[in-house]
Design a protein around this ligand. Structure first.
Ligand code: F6R
Length: 614
């Protein structure tokens, strides 16, 4: 949510900032802006809309400078217009700032500053910080770094920010609290800064992740210095990035989302690779090895997550309760943290998050930790905030997910949860050796079966043409396919703006059935298994009301075929693994419908990839 990039060194900063902003555009695309410092002249260019619009706006401008900052915005305070775009600057334009996060006490600070003669140009919370820094420098007669530190001691809320000043032409000052920031260390005192490593990886693999309440001073003469808000000096912990540039490119696909859907045979495989052995009959999650007993003896496992990750958690609940017979609860992170939940040392709270930065999920974990629970993370982004604050965890290894709508991260999360359920069930003895063996060997077949479904892309595209103009859609499933229905509905609504809802199939007759008429597409997961006959009855109820049925069925199914308007066959698999397959056609259907409706598939309106505000 908002992307930050900055550079200081001896190269031209502008191309680095623009490329970086393009990589970070998934974090917000309401506006973009840059500040460049050249010969003590600080030039600011900002524009509502995408980075490409900023680029067009800056043609023929003076874009010289070896030091600069850039921002791509997801609006929180103030409309997405030119004025509210970052950077924001002091009245005399000596200092400029970019910020990701929310300053909660901004209105009090703003009133104080107005009473002291400051005039505000924008409606943002961010502008408060830059005037505050200016005010502190003037009244307390301190240098810029000290003024930034004092200002940050006065603000409450979340921030990742970078400050540039024409009085300090060699220095950038950055700080973070609850919003991510990573420093890239180039050659000879050359530094990069960004909200994540994607703008940095093509220049250097040496990075330092800033911790909360740290200030980084990046100076092309004296190097990198990190101090805590308390003034304590910190030794930078340099890490080697494992990210590869190709992972950030579209690789010949029209959209990142399509590329990421097609990557799933590989990402699911990468997720379980080295974590199971069919011959020797074991499952292992290395990051959790010291926590097996804790998990097995837990009073409850409480999953906290948001959006798609919450749907994955729901699948996890079915799997763990069914296979390992451990009590599981799934909570929306945002609700969990505000309802005074009863948690104690016997509980294990597990956060699921692709980005590892979601503000509500982070806050839920912090709350659980403060109450003595063990906290565990299942994250995709290596080095993310959640992965660093948790006691233990497992990475999903899906690689960077750039499309705003989550696809491969979901199947990777479900894969980890399947492994976790199997691991606990095996240790607890709640599954027979034969069943354990059957599921792990079938898990190894899943990438191949996902590929078989992807090969039906043309058929799925054809079905999509028939429903692209729908106004509403229902998604139905039972058991662990119910969260897949929820996820299918979310994918459709977020990228094609068609209203869609997911329901447990049997709940339909308790209300939603009233919506069904000949205009209503109903997407149903009707694969072979425990609830098959019941779902068939639900399909009949829809048909009796002239709804259109698009059913995902097990290969060779004849019964549903005779009733449905369209069927998409998926390979037969163990019932516990159906979510990994059934979700793929829904992803493709949503993708094609979005493209046919002319929507921005990778950057749907109003959304951002990493939701770092509450
Ligand atoms: C939907 C989607 C979101 C995220 C949610 C949580 O396609 O991507 O619903 O799942 O914002 O994000 P993470 O997993 O990064 O915590």
């Amino acid at each position: 949510m908002c992307g930050i990039v900055a550079y200081v060194g001896n190269k031209e900063a502008y191309p680095i900032l623009i490329r970086g902003l393009k990589r970070l555009e998934y974090r917000g695309y309401d506006s973009a802006g840059i500040a460049l410092l050249n010969d003590k002249e600080l030039n600011i260019y900002k524009k509502q809309g995408k980075v490409s619009e900023l680029e067009a706006f800056t043609i023929n401008k003076n874009l010289k400078g070896n030091i600069g900052i850039g921002h791509t915005r997801w609006a929180t305070h103030g409309l997405p217009n030119d004025v509210n775009s970052h950077p924001h600057f002091t009245t005399n334009k000596d200092i400029a700032i970019i910020h990701n996060g929310i300053i909660e006490n901004y209105s009090t600070l703003k009133e104080e500053l107005i009473s002291r003669g400051y005039q505000f140009r924008s409606e943002t919370d961010t502008e408060v910080i830059v005037h505050l820094i200016d005010d502190i420098m003037k009244t307390e007669k301190v240098d810029l770094v000290e003024a930034v530190r004092h200002a940050l001691l006065s603000v409450t809320g979340a921030y990742a920010l970078v400050v540039i000043s024409n009085k300090h032409p060699d220095t950038l000052i950055a700080a973070r609290k609850s919003s991510p920031l990573v420093v890239g260390i180039g050659k000879e005192n050359e530094f990069y800064l960004a909200s994540d490593a994607t703008p940095i990886v093509e220049y250097t693999k040496q990075v330092v992740y800033l911790n909360d309440e740290e200030i980084a001073i990046l100076d092309r003469n004296s190097g990198l210095k990190i101090v805590h808000l308390s003034k304590e000096e910190k030794t930078p912990y340099i890490q080697e990035l494992e990210l590869h540039l190709e992972a950030l490119e579209k690789g010949g696909f029209e959209h990142f989302m399509l590329k990421e859907i097609f990557e799933q045979p590989k990402t699911i495989h990468d997720c379980f690779r080295g974590r199971l052995n069919t011959e020797q009959g074991w499952v292992n999650l290395g990051g959790l090895k010291d926590y097996h007993q804790k998990l097995l003896n837990a009073n409850r496992l409480i999953f906290v997550a948001c959006g798609t990750s919450w749907h994955a958690a729901q699948v996890g609940e079915y799997l763990i309760e069914e296979l390992a017979r451990i009590n599981v609860e799934v909570e929306y992170a945002s609700e969990f943290r505000y309802r005074n939940p009863i948690i104690n040392e016997q509980d294990v709270v597990i956060a699921i998050s692709q980005s590892g930065e979601t503000a509500d999920t982070l806050a839920a974990l912090e709350l659980a930790k403060s109450k003595g629970a063990t906290i565990i993370g299942i994250c995709n982004v290596v080095g993310s905030s959640i992965s660093r604050i948790t006691d233990a965890g497992s990475y999903t290894h899906a690689g960077p997910e750039i499309g705003v709508a989550s696809t491969k991260a979901f199947t990777a999360q479900v894969t980890i949860l399947t492994l976790l359920a199997l691991l606990l069930a095996n240790k607890k003895g709640t599954v027979s050796a034969a069943k354990f063996h059957e599921i792990i060997s079938e898990l190894e077949n899943i990438p191949k079966k996902v590929k078989e479904i992807l090969d039906k892309n043309n058929l799925i595209k054809e079905i999509a043409t028939q429903y692209k103009d729908a106004k509403n859609a229902l998604y139905l499933g039972r058991g662990s396919s119910f969260p897949v229905a929820l996820e299918g509905a979310l994918k459709l609504k977020e990228i094609s703006y068609i209203h869609a809802e997911g329901y447990p199939a049997a709940e339909m007759k308790h209300g939603p059935i009233a919506l069904i008429d000949e205009e209503m597409p109903v997407f149903v997961i009707a694969t072979k298994g425990t609830s098959y006959e019941k779902v068939v009855s639900n399909i009949q109820e829809v048909k009796a009301r002239k709804g259109k049925i698009i059913a995902i069925v097990t290969e060779g199914d004849e019964q549903v075929k005779s009733m449905a308007d369209h069927i998409i066959e998926i390979p037969d698999t163990n019932e516990h693994l159906v979510p990994l397959l059934a979700t793929i056609p829904f992803q493709l259907l949503s993708y094609h419908i979005s493209v046919m409706r002319g929507c921005n598939v990778d950057q749907p309106r109003n959304l951002a990839k990493s939701v770092t505000v509450e």
